[in-house]
Design a protein around this ligand. Structure first.
Ligand code: GDP
Ligand code: IMO
Ligand code: MG
Length: 435
C-alpha cells in the first residue's frame, strides 16, 4: 500500500499537473482534495496541452484510473461539465465509473461569482481568480451552503438556495449586484445536478474501501502552501486548506493512511494576484524570467509575478506539510543567468526586544513583520546549457547540480524528482514515492 499526498510548496502553479500526471502511472485512484476551478493544472503529453481545473490530473492515464473530487472541494457544476465534455472529446473518462464526485462537496452558485467579481472591482481587492471560491467557502462555514447532494431534490435545493440568499443578499445589494432569481437558479442547478448524478457518491466510503484493499491513492493538492487559509500570507490567500493535512480532512481519511508527502517547488518563485512577495524581481529581470518560464496563469491568463527562489519560505512548506520529498520543477528555465540568488533567511528590523534587528530562517508571514523584512541572499553560479534533454542527475552541468544540492542542504530534504521541461519525458526521476 502507498498513499501519497502531493501539494504545492509555494504560491501555486508549481507544476502540480505535470508531477501528478507522472506519478498517476503508479496510482489506482487520484483525488483532488481542495479548492475549485481557481486551480489550473497543466498537463503536456505527446505535445498536446490539457488544463484541468476540477478533475484530477490523473485523468490522462486512461481507463480504470479513478478520478475523485473530494468532499472538501467547492464545485462549479457548469465548469465541471464543460471540462468533462472536453475530456470525453479526447477519448477520456468514457466509463462513468472513472469519475467520482463527493456528495458532500459544496456547490458554487452564480451569485458567489458575482460577489467575488464585485469585491475585486472595489477597495481591498486581493487579486482572486473570480471563480466564486471565497463566497462559496463562506457559505459553507456559515452552514448555509448548497452541497452536491442537494441538487437532486427540487424542494430541498430551493430551500437551501433561499436560506443562503438571506445571508448573501445584503452583501450583494451593498456591492451593487443584481437580485438573484431563486426559481431560475433552482431550475438551472437541478438540470446540472441531473447531468452530474451518475458520478455522485459517498467518496469517503469509496476511498476507505480502495485503501483497505491495498489500492494506491494519490491525493492532489491545489493552490500552494503560502495560499493556505490558516497559515499563508493572510489575507492574500485562498479560502481553503492547501496543506497536506487537508487531504485527510477533505476526504474523510485518517492521517494514518498517508505514507508519503511530496512538495512541489519551482526552481524560482512566482505568485499571481496580490500579496507579499519579498524575492520578487521587478523590471527587466522579472520580465525575462516570465518569458523564459511562460509564466501566465493557466486559469486567468494573468502574468505571474516572478522572483528568486525563497528557501526561507520553503522551510515553512517542509514544516507545515511534513514533507518527505521535494519535486523541483522548471530547472531548465534558469538557463542563461550568470548568477542565481537563493533567499536563505530574513532580517526583520524593529522587532521589540531584539536590539533592533532579528534574523529569521523562515519567511515571516505576518504583514507587519513582512513590511520590515529584508531577504538575505546567497549567490550561486548559473549555467548556459539546455537542460531539457537531461535524464540523470549526473548529466546536469556542475552549477545546476550545485544549485539543486544547495536547496536540499538548506531544506534538509531530498529531491525525489527534478523537472526539466513541461513534457512527461523531461524529467529526472530520483525516487518513486509509490515504490
Ligand atoms: P500547477 O497549477 O501547479 O499544475 O501549475 P500550472 O500548470 O499552473 O503552471 C506550471 C506551468 O509550467 C505549466 O505551463 C507547465 O506545463 C509548465 N511546466 C511544468 N514543469 C515544467 C518544467 O520543468 N519546465 C518547464 N519549462 N515548464 C514546466
Ligand atoms: P493552482 O492549483 C496560483 C490565488 C489567486 C489569489 C488568491 C485567492 O493552479 O496552483 P481565489 O480565487 O482562490 O479566491 O484567489 O489565490 N490562487 C492561485 N494562484 N495558482 C492557483 O491554483 C491559485 N488558486 C488561487 O491568484 O491571489
Ligand atoms: Mg496552476
Amino acid at each position: 500500500m502507498a498513499n501519497v499526498v502531493i501539494i504545492g510548496a509555494q504560491w501555486g502553479d508549481e507544476g502540480k499537473g505535470k508531477v501528478v500526471d507522472l506519478y498517476s502511472e503508479f496510482a489506482d485512484v487520484v483525488v483532488r482534495f481542495g479548492g475549485g476551478a481557481n486551480a489550473g493544472h497543466t498537463l503536456v503529453v505527446g505535445g498536446n496541452k490539457v488544463i484541468t481545473h476540477l478533475i484530477p490530473s490523473g485523468v490522462l492515464r486512461g481507463r480504470g484510473k479513478r478520478c475523485v473530487l473530494g468532499d472538501g472541494m467547492v464545485i462549479d457544476p457548469q465548469t465541471l461539465l464543460e471540462e468533462l465534455t472536453d475530456l470525453r472529446g479526447r477519448g477520456l473518462l468514457a466509463d462513468d465509473r472513472d469519475l467520482v464526485i463527493g456528495e458532500r462537496a459544496h456547490v458554487i452558485l452564480p451569485f458567489h461569482k458575482e460577489i467575488d467579481r464585485l469585491r475585486e472591482e472595489g477597495k481591498g481587492a486581493i487579486g482572486t481568480t473570480r471563480r466564486g471560491i471565497g463566497p462559496a467557502y463562506e457559505a459553507k462555514m456559515a452552514r448555509r451552503g448548497v452541497r452536491i447532494r442537494d441538487l437532486f431534490s427540487e424542494s430541498r435545493l430551493r430551500e437551501r438556495i433561499s436560506h443562503q440568499l438571506e445571508d448573501c443578499l445584503p452583501r450583494l445589494q451593498q456591492l451593487g449586484g443584481q437580485l438573484p432569481d431563486v426559481d431560475r437558479i433552482t431550475q438551472q442547478y437541478l438540470a446540472l445536478g441531473a447531468s452530474l448524478a451518475p458520478f455522485v457518491q459517498d467518496a469517503t466510503r469509496l476511498l476507505h474501501d480502495e485503501i483497505k484493499r491495498g489500492q494506491h491513492v494519490l491525493f492532489e493538492g491545489a493552490q500552494g502552501t503560502l495560499l493556505d487559509i490558516d497559515h499563508g500570507t493572510y489575507p492574500f490567500v485562498t479560502s481553503s486548506t492547501t496543506l497536506a493535512g487537508g487531504a485527510c480532512a477533505s476526504c474523510g481519511i485518517g492521517p494514518t493512511a498517508i505514507n508519503s508527502v511530496i512538495g512541489i517547488a519551482k526552481a524560482y518563485a512566482t505568485r499571481v494576484g496580490g500579496g507579499p512577495f519579498p524575492t520578487e524581481l521587478v523590471g527587466d529581470a522579472g520580465d525575462a524570467l516570465r518569458q523564459a518560464g511562460a509564466e501566465f496563469g493557466a486559469t486567468t491568463g494573468r502574468p505571474r509575478r516572478c522572483g528568486w527562489l525563497d528557501v526561507a519560505a520553503l522551510r515553512l512548506a517542509v514544516r507545515w506539510n511534513g514533507l518527505s520529498g521535494l519535486a523541483l520543477t522548471k530547472l531548465d528555465v534558469l538557463r542563461g543567468l550568470k548568477k542565481l540568488k537563493i533567499c536563505v533567511g530574513y532580517r526583520v528590523s524593529g522587532t521589540p526586544g531584539s536590539g533592533g534587528s532579528d534574523y529569521r530562517d523562515e519567511l515571516p508571514c505576518d504583514s507587519d513583520d513582512l513590511a520590515h523584512a529584508t531577504p538575505i541572499y546567497e549567490e550561486l553560479d548559473g549555467w548556459d546549457a539546455d537542460l531539457t534533454g537531461v535524464r540523470e542527475v549526473e548529466d546536469l552541468p556542475p552549477p545546476a547540480k550545485r544549485y539543486v544540492r544547495r536547496i536540499e542542504t538548506l531544506l534538509g530534504i531530498d529531491c525525489c524528482l527534478i523537472s526539466v521541461g513541461a513534457g512527461r519525458a523531461e524529467t529526472v526521476m530520483l525516487r518513486n514515492p509509490f515504490r
